[in-house]
Design a protein around this ligand. Sequence first.
Ligand SMILES: *[C@@H]1O[C@H](CO)[C@@H](O)[C@H](O)[C@H]1NC(C)=O
Ligand SMILES: *[C@@H]1O[C@H](CO)[C@@H](O)[C@H](O)[C@H]1NC(C)=O
Length: 418
Amino acid sequence: MGSRCGATLLLLFSLLGLFSISLSSAARLSASRQKLEVAKHLNRLNKPAVKTIQSPDGDIIDCVHVSKQPAFDHPFLKDHKIQTRPSFHPEGLFDDSKIPEKPKEKSSASPITQLWHVNGRCPEDTIPIRRTKEDDVLRASSVKRYGRKKHRSIPKPRSAQPDLINQSGHQHAIAYVEGDKYYGAKATINVWEPKIQQPNEFSLSQLWILGGSFGQDLNSIEAGWQVSPDLYGDNNTRLFTYWTSDAYQATGCYNLLCSGFIQVNSEIAMGASISPVSGYRNSQYDISILIWKDPKEGHWWMQFGNNYVLGYWPSFLFSYLADSASMIEWGGEVVNSEPEGQHTSTQMGSGHFPEEGFGKASYFRNIQVVDSSNNLKAPKDIGTFTEQSNCYDVQTGSNGDWGHYFYYGGPGKNQNCQ
Ligand SMILES: *[C@@H]1O[C@H](CO)[C@@H](O)[C@H](O)[C@H]1NC(C)=O
Ligand SMILES: *[C@@H]1O[C@H](CO)[C@@H](O)[C@H](O)[C@H]1NC(C)=O
């Protein structure tokens, strides 16, 4: 081997060395840039706490003064005067203390609470906020996407483009009403802890208050319970809300993860775990959710159970919903991330089909809508929708105690759903 050749090799190696040094320093630079971006975002989201409570599930609950909550980062809310209570409550509420049909011994007896309550409560004039941790943000595909839904996750009954529904991997089993002006909706939902096959999937049960057509400017207010390993880092069942005014594009988020919802309640934390949950052939636990438009101020209020008025979405956040809703949906949604030709085993609701009925299947009972006179009433002409009833199904009914109700859900992958 000549010395020229050796020198060339040496040169080559040192060039390679330089190259890899600059590569790794570029990687380091981008990692530190990302860390900085995440830190900035956490700083925006996590407000100074008056008191901090450690929840047994690992959550940290910050009690933040009401006037310091994320909503007030919104330029339109700088001078907003907080409404401490709604001007009007809808009339004609069902008595929710009534125990569901044929109560088994412990059925629905103890009230549902949030897990963090075992370690303390937030003082007056503060609101409990689930602290966002670095890992929460890092699990998202990007800092910008954290706390936001991906597009096209609204169930669209009688869709003209069924392919779209399947492509996005979101599957539903819902009941719905449309064709009128709606000013709110209510339901009592039993709570489960569905199994999630993969961390990037989720399973939820909620109601949707929808305004506008299913175009780019769809308005939606949503609330219910969900299991979402990506969003929360575990498999716990959590109370959640969502809103968007442009079909999940630039506006809206889960819980208090962006400016929008104004919380006034010091006892319930959005995104915090609900406990206990219902068991198969065992005790059933349900939660009530009511969302309605205050006829005086026009804001959309949310109540959890009989006692907790959580807060409101200011009317200016929306276009169509600034007037009224054109459709209400109730039911379950899962994400199926399995490739075409295979189905996920992620459960919806209890993971059992509606036919199994009380104590086994998941339900929505006393479903109601709010009319233009602020009265709660039974919905008319309830439709149902599911993409693949062999995977997840829905069955409606009505009786004296439960008013209009439906059972829904399923196991996902099974003999008839591969
Ligand atoms: C979704 O895909 C499944 C299986 O490929 C099919 O059976 C079902 O009909 C599709 N649903 C819709 C609404 O197109
Ligand atoms: C969530 O459940 C899945 C199985 O359903 C399990 O593989 C995973 O480890 C669980 N995740 C956590 C954070 O407990």
